[in-house]
Design a protein around this ligand. Structure first.
Ligand code: CA
Length: 229
């Protein structure tokens, strides 16, 4: 896809240039960044088609960048890592990357992976940033949530919380996990902060759904979003 635009975030300049050369000869446009600083803002201001994101970066860590990007968009992210032990965490729901490549890698393999992830994205729903479970729909790019088509007025934390639950219905999240998703690594609150957000979220959902509680408390573990289908 000649018009697809890949953002390469990699602090090893030679490696970044190698990736750039291979991707450009495969017909992609590229942009490079060599530290973690400013990556999230750059993505916000000029969203690429896909991000190749190194895990270990000077400045802000790749996992933190990935998490932040995921809070507002579903642009595909391929993590590049030398830490095989990190792979599950990175690609799983905790961090939200779409795929990963382990160092050392062949640039050809990276190009193939970029191609596959972009193609997968194009075959998905018209708007992959919209996720729906039961009566709830959220849009990650446009940052709105609706319940039975009624718009919900949510705080940033409530939105992040609801988006996390909607993305994986019936999966139980611990308070610590949810806190992580809501506040990133810079925890200022305690696990019980989540209880307060959940309480407020339930109150807002009840205005539309009545007494039917779609967010379920799982005793001594945390919370899940109940999907009846
Ligand atoms: Ca690195």
């Amino acid at each position: 896809m000649p018009s697809d635009h890949i953002l390469i975030v990699e602090d090893e300049i030679k490696l970044a240039e190698l990736l750039r050369d291979y991707l450009e000869s495969a017909g992609y446009q590229t942009r490079m960044m060599h530290t973690g600083y400013g990556v999230v803002n750059a993505v916000r201001q000029n969203p690429p088609s896909l991000i190749l994101l190194d895990l270990m970066l000077p400045g802000v860590d790749g996992t933190e960048i990935c998490r932040e990007i995921r809070s507002f968009t579903s642009i595909p992210i391929i993590m590049v890592t030398a830490r095989v032990d990190e792979v599950d965490r990175v690609v799983g729901l905790e961090i939200g990357a779409d795929d990963y490549v382990c160092k050392p890698f062949s640039p050809r393999e990276v190009v193939a992976r970029v191609h596959a992830v972009l193609r997968r994205g194009k075959h998905q729903a018209k708007d992959p940033s919209t996720i729906a479970t039961g009566p709830i729909t959220v849009n990650l790019d446009e940052h709105w949530a609706r319940v039975n088509d009624e718009p919900l007025e949510l705080t940033t934390s409530e939105f992040a919380l609801l988006a996390t639950l909607v993305r994986r219905p019936n999966r139980v999240f611990s308070r610590a996990e949810l806190l992580d998703r809501v506040q990133g690594d810079h925890h200022e609150g305690y696990d019980r902060t989540i209880d307060t957000h959940i309480k407020n979220l339930r109150k807002k959902l009840r205005c539309v759904l009545g007494e039917q509680d779609i967010i379920v408390t799982v005793y001594s573990v945390g919370y899940k979003l109940q999907d009846s289908d």
